[in-house]
Design a protein around this ligand. Sequence first.
Ligand code: CMP
Length: 589
Amino acid sequence: MNHDVTLIATIAIGLVLAFIFGFIAQRLRLPPLVGYLVAGVVVGGAMPESLADGGLAGQLAEIGVMLMMFGVGLHFSVADLLAVRRLAIPGAAVQILVATALGVALTLTWGWSLGAGLVLGLSLSVASTVVLLRALEDRNALTTGNGRIAVGWLIVEDLAMVLALVLLPALVGVLGGNVPADAAATPQQGLLLTLVITLAKVSAFVAAALAIGPRVLPWLLREVARTGSQELFTLAVLALALGIAFAAAELFGISFALGAFFAGMVLKESELSHKAATNSLPLRDAFGVLFFVSVGMLFDPAVLLEQPGMIAAVLALILVGKSVVALLIVLALGYPASTALTVAAALAQIGEFSFILGGLGLGYGLLDPAGFSLILAGALFSITLNPLVFAGADRLIAGLHASPWLRSRLEERRAGALARLQAELDAAREQAEQRADAQKTFTPEELAERFPLFANLTPEQREVLVLHFQPHTAEPGERVIRAGDPADALYLISKGEVEVTVDGVRLKTQGPGDFFGEVALLSGGRRSADVTALDYSRFARLSGRDFHRFLRRYPEIHAHIAALAAERQGNTPRGPGGMVSPVPEGARP
Ligand code: CMP
């Protein structure tokens, strides 16, 4: 094959086979993910060496990981995590420790090195957020209390793994792996110093991301969205996700995954985060699929025949060991058995982080390819079996409910803890919604409903227009517009009432659905009247510059507003010379 088309061939063959096997998996009522992994195994086994060496596929997979982590960041709510922290943080921490220890103990009996055991143990201790999110979506349980606990738990695990990914390279020397060439060239640093430098770099990145990100990124997205170009918006989202991930890796030595996760998390604060998530979804899906395919490519089916016992042990650790640990922790913390069983089922699989960790261990010579294949086999089987595990958990819950004694002891008496947590989650969500509401003026639909002026705009046009408004409030008696001032904005009234006066004489009162401030903007002169709030009022403010831009784009609306302005001007007493000129202060009666 012509060497120049290797990339194209990898993508094309990967996507085609993933589609075929994903479809078959779906038909067999298995997660499509299983199909993607199998497609990878087929590609890996059947393709010529030049295509299946995993190099290119590995890079495509890395893009997939970046985009998936960006997606996790986009959905990651700090408030949700804080609400479940008392359960998720100790739970995830203890569970990772125990599972890793179990993994190390298991591999010691096989005669593996401590480094290899540690990599395997850590890989097995972390469940896949991607798999969990899909499982919860399928069960419609994403927004239930138990679902949110499981997601919070996995996010804590992800964060712990991000730390492990950063620290592992620093520990390679101690654990007996191959120290990378560039590190070997520098004078040997103490482990402590390496750790301190690594943590300092991570902190510098996190501080920079959190200090600068929320100010710059949402603003940037907003400006791009205001242009009304979908294409440019999608491009901006991807450029931010991949650009920040790449810059984080180059400047701070941080993994692409962590960089992308933070890019997503910072953008989550923007009111456009939904749109960003939707627009990046197709690419995320495509590269996510390539990630699973490339993982399958690395899998060597021979391991199934050579090491069935080891695979069974690994699988037992994932399906039974981890679940039992999680189950006990949740019960020990006083939560109902149904919560414990849901979390346990959610954790009984491994996925993307396990591959990344295992791959890293492989790269540093800590783990041999056979060890990596064990992780892959564990993932392949545990993901495939996960729906069954969930079904088993459902059975157990039902069985438990059937027995009044168990039900009262394991469910009803413990319901208070779950209810408190649920209340905290709801409060957190409500607060986040309120904050978002304070930022918002109207939804595009409200704009059309309340202001007939905009009724003829297409939904996309309204969506863009809404982005140009800024919320503005006034208390009773507050002057919103002062006669004689230069014009700077148009105001749409969304709540409350205002009165229009000239020299204290009331001309008119206006309420929701009305607008004011157009006369001076159109004439280029001064404000023709005072506008004062009579009530607690909320407005959507459109700056003069945006107002003129908007009118240039929509001549009919221009004509409509100009006609109304002319009518109002006709009813408004004027100063001499026809120009709107306020009576000088001293001349007022
Ligand atoms: P502007 O002159 O920019 O600032 C004061 C606003 O009050 C003006 O635009 C109109 O929107 C509004 N206004 C002025 N005169 C009247 C009127 N007679 N009836 C209703 N609104 C008016």
